[in-house]
Design a protein. Structure first.
Length: 337
């Protein structure tokens, strides 16, 4: 694995679209988030196609990504948020040039994970599944966001950090249009779902994962393979659902199951289900996970701080991870090796 250079004052970072641009109605929010990056002393370059009400072609997105990912004057390439069709950009990227370029930090969730998991799997860069840039205005003081910036500014071989699952989460998204400085409102109690209670007090493995909406489609392709993680059962896989209906979600999990991906896992971590929250069908999640995983002899933890229902763990794809379950909390340790 290749560790991107730790950020410091004066480092150049590019902000560009990976999937969907930011509409002009949210420009004030976007600028507040750019201020957050600049407050760390970073030299921020904003691509001309980030803020627009006009659709951006897949080739245009790919051209920007090829430009910044392969330009070694940049130390990070940051998307504002996710979107829908990053998958169509994957074949247009210059993977040979990216592999020869200096590793750069990338972070975010949703459709961003279509690219981050591919980059980790294909070229061996550490990438980060975390809060999106558009969630990080200057007054945000979430512990997980602090963990993200601590990672970016201190990363080196042997760097490790610990996070504990949150007792509360945010039920609804803030209104960034009318309140551009909104921060998280963690107003709803969290309760873990536990499938296949396990006697192991500590579960270790290599961490990788993302949004199942798209990862179900890329897993097993040239863009994402768990084979590169080793043939032994050493993967800690994390997944989260953004838009799949209950039926589509279960099909996606079953598809990964019959293709054998779960057989390579020591443990599976699953985020709160955004579709269930949006449609007020919260009772379906535990039933679905039981139906899929009851006969899989590995521990599965659901309703975690991963994905579209904030807050978000800072999860490093490729990191050596250790999962502990203590007093109905997940304690997650990660180390760069």
């Amino acid at each position: 694995m290749k560790i991107p250079t730790k950020l410091k004052k004066g480092c150049k970072v590019a902000v560009c679209t990976f999937s969907s641009p930011v509409p002009l109605s949210l420009e004030k929010r976007f600028q507040e988030c750019i201020k957050t990056l600049k407050s760390f002393g970073l030299d921020v370059y904003v691509d001309e196609n980030v803020l627009t009400d006009t659709a951006i072609s897949k080739q245009c997105i790919a051209n920007s990504l090829n430009k910044y990912l392969c330009d070694d004057k940049f130390d990070a390439v940051i998307p504002p948020w996710g979107g829908d069709f990053a998958i169509e950009v994957l074949p247009l990227l210059d993977w040979d040039r990216i592999a020869k370029s200096k590793p750069k930090w990338i972070f975010g969730f949703s459709d961003i994970s279509t690219l981050t998991t591919t980059i980790t799997s294909r070229v061996g860069w550490y990438t980060v599944h975390s809060a999106n840039l558009m969630q990080i205005a200057g007054n945000e003081n979430c512990n997980y966001v602090n963990s993200l910036f601590d990672l970016l500014f201190n990363a080196a071989e042997g760097y490790s950090f610990e996070q504990k699952s949150s007792s509360y989460h945010e039920f609804n998204y803030p209104d960034y249009k009318s309140k551009p400085l909104s921060s998280y409102s963690l107003d709803t109690m969290s309760e873990l779902i536990i499938i296949n209670s396990h006697e192991e007090k500590s579960i270790k493995g290599s961490l990788i994962g993302g949004c199942i909406d798209t990862l179900q489609l890329t897993m097993g392709s040239e863009f994402l393979s768990l084979e590169s993680k080793g043939s032994s059962k050493d993967t800690i896989l994390y997944l989260e659902n953004g838009e799949l209906s209950t039926t589509q979600y279960k099909r996606a999990l079953l598809s990964l199951k019959i293709k054998g991906f779960f057989s390579k896992c020591r443990c599976i971590l699953i985020g709160r289900n955004k579709f269930e929250y949006s449609n007020k069908c919260l009772g379906n999640e535990e039933m679905t996970l039981n139906e899929v995983f009851a006969d899989v002899n590995i521990p599965v933890f659901g309703n975690l701080d991963i994905g579209h229902v904030s807050p978000n763990f800072t999860l490093v794809n490729g990191a050596k991870a250790q999962v502990n379950f203590v007093k109905n909390k997940i304690i997650l340790n990660q180390e760069l090796i």
